[in-house]
Design a protein around this ligand. Structure first.
Ligand code: ARG
Length: 577
């Protein structure tokens, strides 16, 4: 049930061959959806130069050889040499019937690749912030989509679970007591715990000394210290998991692969690189200098893999992640869903790994760059007092706002049902707002806009899906029973059918370009086409039973594509709204 443009491209290539000789049969047919017809073929414009003939003449010659009668109702030369194609209603109807019979809704399975995805990566004993929201939501949408396309996705939650602050955190945990209320803050308000530890560290020389000794004990593997450290991690991951659950994110404890996972490999990585001359000691630090990476005044920028105090940094752990993901996980593609400012760092890590032979040419690392989330003042989102926004507070507010709307609009429903809908709408709105802009651009976090029932928002799409469900509720029928036949007569039906057939293609594009916002745009346009159809084409009110059955089938197909598309994004579709 492929997108029609595949079939059309095939036919146009055959036409090109017939009109201009076999060597042109592989020319780019340049088919695009068009506002003037269903599709426009632009091939003639590019070929005109090559053939030394006026483009309109080339278009006419191609047209004469095209065999599209079974698929197209009309094919016309237009403008400077375009061909406008309009599909046959009967053909479209048959395709939608095929879509309804296809449990993959036109999404082809791709050749299986192993794809580790590094995403979310919050830090132990720290609050998750909006930056983490975005890598979590985008990473999860990519994981879901690539999995659906048939790939073997390996989620890698690279949590920050190692480093010098653990000395003071462990000392603080010891002082407050492991089962204490203060320790419990790690699960509910981790920043409060962190700040209390920090305050002691800054205020007491004795505490600071003990903290430093604690880091040494941690690194040396002292069993008691390690146990306390694991306790910190367990409390923190309980907090992360509660956020993941609220967000309906697929990450679990099985996906944890924190920084500390690679501890035992770091010294070996450094020695190996130094021995092979890939890394050199510069001002006491072990550095990799790479061609083409220069800063101001042409000074080479190093990737530091061992600091002058002997400590390791992100450069070393990230090298270890690549080596592990290639060697042990057998990755074909590795995604790093990480903030855009890390781009240079990652490029240097990739280049170093290539040089070291840990990243073969056959494996492609991709940085899925995450842009900032801004407040209405255009600066990084903060609270009014300037503190970083707590993700929990943000999500709770989204649900609260949705609750107010649902409680008012659907006072006929019981409290539990309303609460469930409000949760789906509030969280869906936040996630969708995040996903609907290109992941590498910034966006302004705006509750009013993301919760609006109009425009390219989560609630608009959820509403469209709920609308279809209510049609079926009224009809007393199950969507699964609406299988057609699909007879297309109205323009709005034609447009809707055409959109429905585009689902497989857009999902493949998302997996290829790693851009979930394309799926958002598609679903938004689909929902708009459905709303136009619904306005012009009575479904249950259709007198002709054939028309009614057809419109029910179109509605059912819309519902399935909307629900499946939203699911790939990680957004739930409420049964009613
Ligand atoms: N924990 C880091 C942070 O919160 C992000 C780590 C990103 N992942 C990685 N492989 N470097 O900023």
């Amino acid at each position: 049930m492929a997108d029609p443009s595949h079939l059309l491209a095939e036919r146009v290539r055959a036409g090109l061959g017939a009109a201009f000789g076999a060597e042109l049969a592989d020319a780019d047919p340049a088919i695009r959806p068009s506002q003037f017809a269903d599709y426009q073929v632009n091939a003639a414009l590019a070929l005109a130069k090559r053939l030394g003939r006026p483009p309109r003449e080339v278009a006419a010659a191609l047209l004469a050889q095209l065999q599209l009668d079974d698929v197209c109702a009309s094919v016309e030369v237009s403008g400077p040499g375009f061909l406008n194609l309009t599909l046959r209603d009967e053909w479209l109807g048959g395709q939608v019937e095929g879509l309804l019979a296809d449990d993959r809704l036109g999404v082809a399975r791709e050749e299986r690749q192993v794809i580790p995805i590094d995403y979310s990566a919050p830090n132990v004993a720290k609050e998750m912030h909006v930056g983490h929201l975005r890598t979590t939501v985008v990473g999860d949408a990519l994981a879901r989509t690539l999995e659906h396309l048939g790939h073997d996705v390996i989620r890698q939650n690279h949590i920050g679970d190692w480093g010098t602050p653990f000395g003071m955190l462990i000392e603080h945990l010891l002082e407050v007591g492991e089962g204490s209320k203060e320790a419990g803050l790690l699960r509910s308000d981790p920043n409060a715990f962190y700040q209390a530890a920090r305050a002691k560290f800054d205020g007491s020389a004795d505490f600071a000394t003990r903290s430093r000794a604690r880091v040494v004990a941690l690194q040396a593997g002292d069993p008691d210290t390690r146990r306390l450290w694991r306790e910190l991690i367990a409390l923190s991951t309980a907090y992360f998991n509660s956020i993941y659950e609220q967000l309906d994110v697929t990450l679990t404890d099985d996906d944890l692969a924190g920084e500390s996972t690679y501890n035992d490999e770091l010294a070996g990585i450094c020695d190996d690189l130094e021995r092979r001359g890939i890394a050199v000691v510069d001002e006491g630090a072990l550095c990799v200098f790479l061609e083409g990476y220069t800063g101001r005044e042409g000074k080479p920028v190093p990737l530091i893999i061992r600091k002058s105090d002997g400590g390791y940094g992100y450069g070393t752990t990230d090298l270890a992640t690549i080596r592990h993901r290639v060697r042990e996980l057998h990755a074909d593609r590795i995604l790093y869903v990480i903030g855009a400012p890390q781009h240079l760092h990652l490029q240097m890590v990739y280049a170093t790994a290539r040089k070291a032979g840990w990243l073969p040419d056959t494996v492609e690392p991709v940085h899925v760059q995450i842009g900032n989330v801004l407040g209405s003042d255009g600066k990084i989102l903060k609270t009014r007092s300037g503190a970083p926004i707590r993700l929990r507070a943000l999500l709770d507010e989204a649900v609260e706002r949705a609750t107010a709307v649902v409680d008012q609009a659907r006072s006929d429903l019981d409290g539990d049902t309303r609460a469930q809908i409000a949760h789906q709408v509030g969280i869906g709105a936040v996630k969708y707002a995040d996903l609907s802009v290109a992941h590498d651009s910034e966006y302004v976090f705006d509750f009013d806009r993301m919760l609006a029932l109009q425009g390219n928002t989560g609630p608009y799409l959820q509403y469209a899906a709920a609308r279809v469900r209510s049609i079926f509720r009224k009809a007393g029928a199950e969507p699964a029973s609406a299988t057609g036949p699909v007879v297309i007569r109205h323009e709005a039906e034609h447009t809707l059918a055409l959109r429905l057939l585009g689902f497989g293609r857009v999902v493949a594009q998302v997996g290829d370009a790693l851009e979930p916002h394309r799926l958002c745009t598609y679903l938004f346009e689909l929902a708009q086409s459905f709303m136009a159809f619904y306005e012009h084409c009575p479904v249950l009110g259709a007198e002709d039973p054939v028309v009614r059955a057809s419109r029910l089938a179109l509605s059912a197909a819309t519902l399935r594509v909307l629900v499946q598309g939203l699911d790939l994004l990680g957004v739930q579709a409420p049964d009613q709204m």
